[in-house]
Design a protein around this ligand. Structure first.
Ligand code: F6P
Length: 279
């Protein structure tokens, strides 16, 4: 695991350099989820593939930017699913973006997850690594320095509702509005990594990406986005559900499967369960 942790740090430094280059380049290709791939997405994917290829304990990788999984070392035991640059379309408006890594043992699947990690590229580069505990690091003079252990409070103040409101179910809108009516403040950038990072560091709140009429299975990908953040939130004392069930209990059929998802502290997730439980 130490070798993987170090490899992620190397990728983060290289990705930071790639983001800083002026031309992020629009390519003609689409990724497996039908989103336009930037040259930058492809470059970040290659950086991670290159660094992970050097680690013999990594058996297979799956990337949000690749159609299929890729075998690296047949005697390795770790399976890593990653989103090289989540929210990459926000780079050209200079908002924060991030890389997400889900680390699984023996095969992909929520129940096999043993660690997870994300890196936020914002005004500063920060990394959160969840294994036994959830620890945050800051890039300082080309080294990641430990900052603190992260824990969620029982209740927060932020509300980050994803998806197109027009396509929300009426009861989802009711649930979101009821939090605003209690004084919750809107915080939504459109980047999953900074949005969830903000809620985590400010002590709590709710991030939701529900099932919508146009996306009945949600938008966010189980292996690359949903499971890694569910692992982080649960290890930090929060909760992560699909509306009714614990996200870490879900199965997947395909590496690019999606799921509705809700991440937060206990108070807000209880509220989601109450509303979704009767609908
Ligand atoms: O996965 C892509 C992504 O950009 C996430 O980072 C983000 O949370 C979500 O999509 C935003 O989607 P929407 O604009 O539909 O709320």
């Amino acid at each position: 695991m130490d070798a993987i942790f170090e490899a992620i740090q190397k990728t983060a430094k290289r990705i930071k350099t790639a983001i800083d280059i002026k031309d992020i380049g629009y390519s003609q290709q689409e990724n497996s989820s039908g989103e336009t791939q930037l040259q930058l997405d492809i470059k970040c994917d290659m950086i991670i593939e290159e660094e992970f290829s050097k680690i013999s304990s990594i058996h297979t990788i799956a990337s949000e930017e690749k159609e299929k999984e890729m075998l690296l070392h047949k005697d390795g035991k770790y399976f890593i699913a990653y989103d090289p640059l989540d929210g990459s379309s926000l780079v050209d408006v200079n908002l924060s973006v991030g890389s997400i890594f889900g680390i699984y043992e023996n095969s992909f699947g929520a129940k096999n997850m043993v660690a997870s990690c994300y890196v936020v590229f914002g005004p500063r580069v920060e990394m959160v690594f969840a294994h036994n505990k959830v620890k945050m690091y800051l890039l300082q003079n080309d080294e990641f320095e430990f900052v603190k252990e992260v824990r969620l409070n029982e209740k927060g103040k932020l509300n980050a509702p994803g998806g197109t409101q027009q396509n929300w179910k009426p009861y989802h809108k009711e649930m979101v509005d009821s939090l605003f009516a209690e004084g919750y403040r809107l915080r939504y950038s459109g980047g999953m990594v900074p949005d969830l990072h903000q809620i985590l560091l400010k002590g709590g709140g709710l991030f939701s990406y529900p099932a919508t009429s146009d996306k009945p299975d949600g938008k966010l990908r189980k292996l690359f986005e949903v499971f890694p953040f569910a692992f982080v939130y649960k290890k930090a004392g929060g909760e992560a559900i699909d509306g009714k069930n614990d996200l870490m209990e879900l199965e997947h059929n395909h590496i690019h499967d999606t799921s509705p998802c809700f991440f937060g502290s206990k108070y807000e997730i209880d509220k989601v369960k109450e509303v979704y439980g009767r609908n």
